[in-house]
Design a protein around this ligand. Structure first.
Ligand SMILES: Cc1cc2nc3c(=O)[nH]c(=O)nc-3n(C[C@H](O)[C@H](O)[C@H](O)COP(=O)(O)OP(=O)(O)OC[C@H]3O[C@@H](n4cnc5c(N)ncnc54)[C@H](O)[C@@H]3O)c2cc1C
Length: 371
C-alpha cells in the first residue's frame, strides 16, 4: 500500500509535491498555518526547468493562458540603458530547453497549482509546533492542540521552517541588509508608455527588475534590491514608502522612472538567505524548497528549485519503499545543484554579462539520474 505523506506548508513547493504524489496514488495531507490564500502583489518567473515539472500535473496550457511569454530578458545599465546581456526567450528558448519561460502573477501560479490538489487533503489554520518520530509513524502536534500521524513528513514550511529548527537547531536566516520593494499594478496607469518585456536594470549597488505578468500585458510587476541594513521586516503586508523608493532610483533610465512614477502602492520585504545546510533529513522527515535551500532571488530560481525538488522527491518515493533511504537519496541527488544555485544567486552577477545558462534551464527533473 502507498504511504501516507504529511506535508507542512501549502506554498508553491508543498502544493506541487502534493499534486504530483496524489496523481500517483499516494495519500497526502497538507497542513498550512494560514487561514486562506491571497493574491498579494508579486510576480514570479518560471523557467523551463520548473515548467517541465508543472507540465506533469497538466498545467502547461493553463499557464500559457495566464502568463506572459517574453521574447527576451534584457540586462541593461541603470542609466544609459546599454544592454549588458540579452537572453533570448520565446520560441528560441522553448526549442532549446524543451519548455517555455513564463512571467506571471505569483498568486495566479499558486492558484493554478492549488487547483491540481485534492481540496479535501488541505488543512488550513494548522500551525505545526513539533514532530515526533516513532517506530510506526511521525506524529505531528499543532498549535490548536490537534495531533496527526503520517508515515513520512515533508517540511515545505519555508525559510523559517519549524521542521528545520527541530532537525538542526534554532538558527535564524541571515539578513542580507537589503530590501525588495515589489508590487503589481495595472499597465493602464502608464498612459500608453510601453516597457520592455523583461529587464533587469543594473545599478552600482542596487537593481530593479521590471516585467509584464499577463498575456495581454495589462499588469506590470517590479522587484528591487536596495541596501537598507537598518530595516528588517518580512511580512506580506508591510508597505514601502513610494517617495523613498523613487529617491532610491533617482537617475535611473527613463523606463524605470516612468514605472516608479505610475505605481500607486508598494510592498517592502527584507531579503534573507542561508548557506547550504549540513543535512536535509532526519529518518522519516525531510525538508523541501526554502526550508532547506533559501536564497536571494537574483536568479529567479527559488520556487523553481522547490518545484524541481517536488519532482525528484516524487520519483524517489515511487522507486524506494524505505522512507529514510528515499529521503537520503533525494538529498544526495538535489544538494549539489541547489547549493550551486544558492551560491550563484548570492553573488548577484547572473546575466550581468554573457552567461552560460544551460545548466539551470536545461535541467529536467524527470530525467536526471537518481543513483
Ligand atoms: C522578492 C522575491 C522574488 C522572487 N522571485 C522568484 C522568481 O521570479 N522565481 C522563482 O522561482 N522564485 C522566486 N522567489 C523565491 C520563491 O518565492 C521561493 O523560493 C518559494 O516561494 C519557496 O517556496 P516554498 O514552498 O519552499 O516556501 P514558501 O512559499 O515560503 O511556503 C511555505 C508555507 O509554509 C507555511 N508554514 C510555515 N511554517 C508553518 C508551520 N509551522 N505550520 C504550518 N504551515 C507553515 C507558510 O505559511 C507557507 O504557506 C522570489 C523570492 C522573493 C523574496
Amino acid at each position: 500500500m502507498k504511504k501516507h505523506i504529511g506535508i507542512i506548508g501549502a506554498g508553491i513547493g508543498g502544493l506541487t509535491l502534493a499534486a504530483l504524489l496524489q496523481k500517483r496514488g499516494f495519500k497526502v495531507s497538507i497542513f498550512e498555518q494560514a487561514s486562506k490564500f491571497a493574491r498579494v502583489g508579486a510576480g514570479i518567473q518560471q523557467s523551463a526547468n520548473a515548467v517541465k515539472v508543472l507540465r506533469d500535473i497538466g498545467l502547461e496550457d493553463h499557464l500559457r493562458s495566464i502568463a506572459f511569454c517574453p521574447q527576451t530578458w534584457n540586462n541593461r545599465e541603470w542609466d544609459t540603458g546599454v544592454v549588458k546581456h540579452e537572453l533570448s526567450l520565446g520560441s528560441t528558448f522553448e526549442e532549446k530547453y524543451g519548455a517555455p519561460y513564463f512571467l506571471l502573477h505569483r498568486g495566479d501560479l499558486h492558484a493554478a497549482i492549488l487547483s491540481k490538489v485534492n481540496q479535501d487533503s488541505i488543512y488550513l489554520q494548522k500551525k505545526l509546533l513539533h514532530y515526533q518520530i516513532n517506530s510506526e509513524h511521525v506524529q505531528l502536534t499543532f498549535e490548536d492542540g490537534t495531533v496527526y500521524d503520517v508515515d513520512a513528513l515533508i517540511g515545505a514550511d519555508g525559510i523559517h521552517s519549524k521542521i528545520r529548527e527541530q532537525m538542526l537547531g534554532a538558527d535564524k536566516p541571515r539578513f542580507t541588509g537589503r530590501v525588495a520593494y515589489r508590487t503589481t499594478f495595472p499597465a493602464s496607469l502608464m498612459n500608453g508608455y510601453a516597457i520592455d518585456d523583461c529587464t533587469k536594470w543594473w545599478g552600482i549597488d542596487r537593481h530593479i527588475v521590471i516585467y509584464y505578468v499577463t498575456p495581454k500585458k495589462d499588469e506590470i510587476y517590479f522587484v528591487t534590491s536596495v541596501p537598507e541594513p537598518e530595516w528588517n521586516n518580512e511580512s506580506w503586508s508591510a508597505k514601502g514608502d513610494l517617495g523613498e523608493l523613487r529617491t532610491a532610483f533617482k537617475g535611473f533610465h527613463e523606463q524605470v522612472q516612468k514605472v516608479l512614477a505610475a505605481c500607486p502602492d508598494v510592498h517592502k520585504w527584507s531579503l534573507y538567505e542561508r548557506d547550504p545546510l549540513p543535512t536535509w533529513c532526519d529518518q522519516k522527515v525531510v525538508l523541501l524548497g526554502d526550508a532547506c535551500h533559501p536564497m536571494v532571488p537574483y536568479m529567479a530560481q527559488g520556487a523553481a528549485m522547490a518545484i524541481e525538488d517536488a519532482a525528484i522527491l516524487t520519483r524517489v518515493l515511487e522507486e524506494q519503499p524505505n522512507i529514510p533511504e528515499a529521503f537520503q537519496q533525494f538529498e544526495t541527488v538535489r544538494k549539489e545543484r541547489t547549493s550551486r544555485v544558492q551560491l550563484t544567486s548570492h553573488k548577484n552577477q547572473w546575466m550581468s554579462k554573457p552567461t552560460d545558462s544551460d545548466w539551470v534551464y536545461g535541467y529536467d527533473a524527470w530525467k536526471v539520474n537518481l543513483s
